[in-house]
Design a protein around this ligand. Structure first.
Ligand code: NAD
Length: 516
C-alpha cells in the first residue's frame, strides 16, 4: 500500500513531509480501494509522488464527517472563534510559506501565490461578525416604506445562517489560491466543507490540510480529498447530504456539475472559462498597454481563466502595438525552469494541455490566420517538460476557432477594429463573459464602454488584478454567482426570516392589528 506521507525534497532543496492520503476528520487516511495516482512535475515530466484516489465510498465518509461536525460542533462555535481559527490558519500558512511556494512551483509551476492565500483567509476572518440580518418593526407608514413592508403588528427579522455541508471542486491552475477562495468564505460563514482538489495538482492543498488541526479546526470541519473528477467530483456534486456545490473549472464540467447538483437542488456557484478581450484605443498609452497585456495572457503560461486572450486594437495604433507586443515576447518570454529566478513562463500543466494548445496552432493556420510569433514547443536545456513558445496570431476573424474557444495557453490573437461600437461588438461576440480590459486615456469613453461590456470584471488601464475584497464572477457561460468580497460570504449564507406576532391577542396571528 502507498504510505500516507512521503519525505520529499523540492527542487530548490527544501525537505518536508508531504501528506499523500485523504484528509477526513483531521486525519490522513488511505482510499478504501487502495487506488492511487501519480502527480507529475510538468517541468521534468518526472513523478513527484503518488497520492490516494478517493472513490464514492471515501466521499461518503468525508461528507458524513462534515455533516456530523456541522450539526454537533461547528454550529456551536462562536463567530469570533471561527475568525480566530481562520487567522491562525493564515499565520501557519505564512510560517510555512517557503515550503508551500516550493510545492506549488513544483507541482504546478506557480510561485508567489502564498500572500494572496493569507490575505484571503484574514479578509474572511474579519467578516465572521460583520454580517447582519434585517430588522423590521412595523409601526407606521414611514417605517413601512423604509423596511420590510409587512402588514400588521409584527417584528420581522432575518438571521444569517450557514448552508451546512459545502462541496467544493477546484481546478489545477492556482490550486492553493483556489483552495483559499473556497475555504475561507465557507468556513467564515459557519459551514463545514469537503474540498476536492484537482487530480493534476493535489500536493499543496494536502500540505495545507496538515495545518488544519494545528490551526484549531475541530475534526470534520475541513475535509480535503484527491480524486478524479468523474469519480470523486461527481460523487460530491450529486451527494444528497451536500447543501451547496461551489465549482471552479471548465464551462463543460460546470454544466455537468449543475445537472448533478439538481438532484437535491443544491445551491450552486460556478466559476468557469473565459475568452477575455483587452481593447486598446488609439489614444492609449501603448507601453502601459503592452506591459499589462503581455503578462495578462502569458503569465502562468496562459493558464489563467481571466487571461486577455483576445487583443482588439484600434486601427491607427494596431501596427505600433503589435510591434511592441512581439518585441516584448522576444525580449522577455524567459520560458523555463519555474525555480529559476529570471523565469517568467513555466510549463503547461500536462502533456494533454501541451498537445491541445499545439493543435490550436494547426487550427489557426488551417483557417487562414497568420502565426507571427512562437507556435512551437520551447526547447529547454534537457529537452523535457511541457514548455511552449509564447504564440501570437494575426489575420484572425471572429469565426475562427482560435478566436472563439478557450485555449488556456500562452496563445493570443490580435485583431484591429475601427470604431468604439465595433470594439464592443467584437468583445461581446463570445459565449463567455468572465473579464474584459480597456486601455484609453479618455475616462468618459472608458466608463461608457464598460457599461456595454458583458463581463463580470472590467479593468480600465489594467488587467488581471484581483483582490479578496473585490467580488469576482462570470457573466454568460463564465459562471453563476460571485466569489470574493461580501458577495463571497453571502454565497455561503442562508438568510432565515423570523416573523414574531406582537399582537396583544396572540390568538390572532399576523392580522392587521392595533398599531404599536
Ligand atoms: P476541469 O473542468 O477539467 O476540472 C475542474 C475540476 O472539476 C477538477 O477538480 C476535476 O477533477 C473536476 N471534475 C471534472 N469532471 C468532473 C465531473 N464530471 N464531475 C465533478 N467534477 C469534475 O477544469 P481544469 O482543466 O482543471 O481547469 C481549467 C478550467 O478552469 C479552465 O476552463 C479555466 O477557465 C477554468 N477556471 C476558471 C476560473 C474562474 O474563476 N472562472 C478560475 C480558474 C480556472
Amino acid at each position: 500500500m502507498v504510505s500516507l506521507f512521503a519525505d520529499l525534497v523540492t527542487p530548490n532543496g527544501i525537505s518536508y513531509q508531504q501528506p499523500l492520503g485523504l484528509f477526513i476528520n483531521n486525519q490522513f487516511v488511505a482510499s478504501k480501494s487502495g487506488e492511487t495516482f501519480a502527480t507529475i512535475d510538468p517541468a521534468t515530466e518526472r513523478e513527484i509522488a503518488r497520492v490516494h484516489s478517493a472513490g464514492a465510498g471515501d466521499v461518503e465518509d468525508a461528507v458524513r464527517a462534515a455533516r456530523q461536525a456541522f450539526e454537533e460542533v461547528w454550529s456551536e462555535v462562536s463567530s469570533q472563534e471561527r475568525g480566530r481559527i481562520l487567522c491562525k490558519l493564515a499565520d501557519l500558512i505564512e510560517e510555512n510559506a517557503d515550503v508551500l511556494a516550493a510545492i506549488e512551483s513544483w507541482d504546478n509551476a506557480i510561485r508567489e501565490d502564498i500572500p494572496e492565500v493569507v490575505d484571503t483567509l484574514r479578509y474572511y476572518a474579519g467578516w465572521v461578525d460583520k454580517r447582519y440580518g434585517q430588522e423590521a418593526r412595523v409601526t407606521d407608514l414611514v417605517m413601512r416604506r423604509q423596511v420590510i413592508p409587512t402588514k400588521g403588528t409584527q417584528l420581522n427579522y432575518t438571521v444569517p445562517e450557514p448552508l451546512g455541508v459545502c462541496g467544493q471542486i477546484i481546478p489545477w491552475n492556482y490550486p492553493i489560491v483556489m483552495a483559499s477562495w473556497k475555504l475561507a468564505p465557507a468556513l467564515a460563514a459557519g459551514n463545514t466543507v469537503v474540498l476536492k482538489v484537482s487530480e493534476q495538482t493535489p500536493l499543496s492543498a494536502l500540505f495545507l490540510a496538515s495545518l488544519i488541526a494545528s490551526a484549531g479546526f475541530p475534526p470534520g470541519v475541513v475535509n480535503i480529498i484527491n480524486g478524479y473528477g468523474a469519480v470523486a467530483g461527481s460523487a460530491l456534486a450529486s451527494h444528497h447530504d451536500v447543501d451547496k456545490i461551489a465549482f471552479t473549472g471548465s464551462t463543460q464540467t460546470g454544466k455537468e456539475i449543475m445537472k448533478q447538483a439538481a438532484n437535491n437542488l443544491k445551491s450552486v456557484t460556478l466559476e468557469t472559462g473565459g475568452k477575455s478581450p483587452l481593447i486598446i484605443f488609439n489614444d492609449a498609452d501603448l507601453d502601459a498597454a503592452v506591459a499589462a497585456a503581455y503578462p495578462g495572457i502569458m503569465a502562468n503560461a496562459g493558464q489563467n481563466c481571466t487571461a486577455n486572450s483576445r487583443l482588439l486594437v484600434q486601427r491607427d495604433a494596431y501596427d505600433r502595438f503589435l510591434k511592441l507586443f512581439i518585441a516584448k515576447a522576444v525580449a522577455d518570454a524567459n520560458v523555463g525552469d519555474p525555480f529559476a529566478e529570471d523565469t517568467f513562463q513555466g510549463p503547461q500543466i500536462t502533456q494533454t494541455q501541451f498537445d491541445r494548445i499545439l493543435s490550436y496552432v494547426q487550427s489557426g493556420k488551417q483557417e487562414g490566420a497568420q502565426l507571427v510569433h512562437g507556435g512551437k514547443a520551447h526547447k529547454n536545456l534537457n529537452g523535457k517538460g511541457f514548455f511552449l513558445e509564447p504564440t501570437i496570431f494575426t489575420g484572425v476573424t471572429p469565426r475562427m476557432r482560435i478566436y472563439r474557444e478557450e485555449i488556456f495557453g500562452p496563445f493570443v490573437v490580435v485583431l484591429p477594429f475601427e470604431s468604439e461600437s465595433e470594439a464592443v461588438q467584437m468583445a461581446n461576440d463570445t459565449e463567455f463573459g468572465l473579464a474584459a480590459a480597456v486601455f484609453t486615456r479618455d475616462i468618459t469613453r472608458a466608463h461608457r464602454i464598460t457599461r456595454k461590456l458583458k463581463a463580470g470584471t472590467v479593468w480600465i488601464n489594467d488587467s488581471q488584478t484581483v483582490d479578496p475584497r473585490i467580488p469576482f464572477g462570470g457573466f454568460k457561460q463564465s459562471g453563476i454567482g460571485q466569489e470574493q468580497g461580501e458577495a463571497g460570504i453571502k454565497a455561503y449564507t442562508n438568510y432565515k426570516t423570523v416573523v414574531v406576532n406582537l399582537s396583544a391577542n396572540t390568538h390572532s396571528p399576523a392580522s392587521p392589528g392595533p398599531k404599536l
